[in-house]
Ligand binder design. Structure first.
Ligand code: RI2
Length: 325
């Protein structure tokens, strides 16, 4: 029996955990890539051992970050097909190469999805718009970059996104493309909202009722947008929709170290102080106008239909045991 996952899998898992690899879609593609590495580098002597090695790699990857549903969905995509091929009786080398192809297909599909979202979303950007965004979403950025490339002229407000400052990545990417960008502190979002025409954010997860889980602070921005009657758009590939929520599961909100918020010295100097660092929040569907997916633009209430099409009714109960948290 081999049961030793490849060092590449461990490295990718660690990079997802410490956020060197971050952003829901990049996390998903990296997980698929890790399974591809496992398939190609496993020392398994037969297909039984290979499927066990892949399962172990999948388990390690699944427990790196809990919120971005793209991660379990990417693993489900590869592993459900891997198990089907294994049960069909594929021999070691065939199983190896088929799993690699499946993982490659997921990565390709994911990249195409972002392109499609950019196409659909850019139609919603108009000349003269002031667009607010939060954190760094490749899907939201792709929309803005595409609209700019199409010749639309608009401005962007990017929140800095405490505590990890992913908003600086957004501000840097967009401004380097020539888009006028203003970087603001997160708490200034409502101050600027009356001048904003639309908000576009990404998503880490979309629930069956259309609620969107995204970087902490998103729901406050949505609330401010709602109050100011500003459109609130979400850019999300369909692999960010959570099949488990069809059966009432709640999406787990990741809590990260207080050391992302304050330093060790501050904590030592204030021993009775508690610092909490939830990194995502839930924006209710009532504050969301549309979700831009690669299949088209939907109202949040149609999230359940997307899930049904992707996974079928009762999908969650059919999940392989190893994919259940
Ligand atoms: P894309 C990020 O999470 C942000 O919350 C962002 O909105 C979301 O993933 C989606 O990103 P984190 O990994 O898939 O920075 O659109 O915690 O790139």
């Amino acid at each position: 029996m081999s049961f030793m996952v490849s060092p590449e899998v461990l490295r990718i898992a660690e990079d997802i955990r410490n956020m060197k690899i971050r952003g829901a879609s990049y996390i998903a593609r990296s997980a698929a890539q890790a399974l591809m590495k496992e398939a190609s580098q496993s020392k398994a002597k037969n297909s039984d051992e290979l499927i066990m090695d892949l399962t172990q790699a999948a388990r390690i990857l699944l427990h790196t970050r809990p919120t971005a549903v793209s991660l379990p969905n990417a693993i489900r995509y590869v592993m459900v097909r891997a198990y089907q091929l294994y049960e069909k009786g594929l021999l070691l080398e065939d199983l190896r190469s088929e799993v690699i192809k499946v993982a490659e297909k997921f990565i390709e599909t994911s990249k195409m999805a972002v392109k499609k979202i950019a196409e659909y979303g850019s139609k919603r950007i108009e000349d003269g718009d002031l667009v607010m965004t939060h954190c760094h979403s490749t899907a939201a950025c792709a929309i803005l970059l595409k609209a700019w490339e199409e010749g639309k002229r608009f401005e962007v407000i990017s929140t800095e996104t405490r505590p990890r400052y992913q908003g600086r990545i957004t501000a840097s990417i967009l401004s380097r493309a020539g888009i006028p960008v203003t970087l603001i502190v997160d708490s200034a979002a409502r101050f600027f909202m009356e001048k904003v025409d639309k908000v576009i954010v990404g998503a880490d997860a979309v629930a069956a009722n259309g609620a969107v889980v995204n970087k902490i602070g998103t729901s406050l921005i949505a609330l401010a947008a709602h109050e100011a009657r500003v459109n609130f758009f979400v850019a999300a590939e369909t692999y960010k929709f959570s099949p488990e929520t069809m059966l009432g599961s709640l999406i787990k909100i990741e809590e990260r170290s207080p050391l992302e918020v304050v330093d060790e010295k501050f904590l030592t100097e204030n021993p009775n102080l508690r610092v909490l660092n939830p990194v995502f929040d839930v924006t209710p569907p009532t504050y969301i106008d549309i979700i831009i997916t690669e299949k088209g633009v939907i109202p949040p209430g149609a999230a359940i239909l997307v899930l049904k099409e992707e996974f079928g009714w009762f999908s969650a109960v059919r999940l392989p045991e190893f994919l259940k948290f």
